[in-house]
Design a protein around this ligand. Structure first.
Ligand code: PRP
Length: 202
């Protein structure tokens, strides 16, 4: 469905604030740009889902900032639940999926909006979607803040996407490296020296 919607493509950013300059190469998406886009995404969701009650299922941990901003803009009646799932090890590449929290709400016959921070290889959302569909929701839509289109041929598509970004290691706005940087109000690109395989580790 995202193919029919216009998704902003981010190619390069701006200089990071001085305090982050040692660790971040650039600010890819500013706080103000995030705020505008998230409000717009919420409008798209609201238009499609009307007034029926929604079950929002968010994936822990990276989704917390995006989720909090997104649902503040939604005025549909909703219930909220979380699934804990982790794919990244203490580094860059996806490892095996580990589920740390199961869904508690019953989604059978419900409209479900599955929310995640980033669609990278698509393995996480693909597996979660497969599990949720077994619970027979009335509908299941996927909303992601970021997508890296270059990372997956034939991977799953989100119905709502905040931004398309290049294949760079991004942190901030909920996203981490070794559990750091989640609190940054913008999306930044980590300098290569901080990534696994280099002499300096986070
Ligand atoms: C990240 C991110 C997505 C997933 C994307 O989660 O939050 O859920 O990886 O990668 P994929 O498309 O290649 O599967 P992570 O496992 O790092 O856990 P976190 O949300 O706690 O940071």
């Amino acid at each position: 469905m995202s193919g029919s919607r216009s998704v902003p493509v981010v190619r390069c950013g701006t200089k990071p604030p001085a305090v982050w300059r040692r660790e971040l190469a650039e600010v890819l998406i500013s706080k103000a740009r995030i705020a505008r886009r998230v409000a717009h995404l919420a409008q798209e969701v609201q238009r499609d889902l009307g007034k029926q009650e929604l079950v929002v299922v968010a994936l822990l941990n990276g989704t917390v900032l995006f989720l909090a901003d997104l649902i503040r803009h939604l005025s549909v009646p909703m219930r909220l639940d979380f699934i804990g799932v982790s794919s990244y090890g203490n580094g860059r590449s996806s490892g095996n999926l580990t589920f740390t929290k199961e869904l508690r709400l019953d989604v059978k016959g419900r409209q479900v909006l599955l929310v995640d921070d980033i669609l990278d290889t698509g393995r996480t959302l693909g597996e979660v979607r497969r599990r949720l569909l077994k619970l027979r929701p009335a509908s299941l839509r996927i909303c992601v803040f970021l997508s890296k289109p270059s990372r997956g041929q034939g991977r799953i598509e989100a119905d709502y996407t905040g931004f398309q970004i290049p294949d760079q290691f991004v942190v901030g706005y909920g996203m981490d490296f070794a559990e750091r940087y989640r609190n940054l109000p913008f999306v930044g690109v980590l300098k290569p020296k901080a990534l696994p395989g280099s002499a300096v580790r986070a």
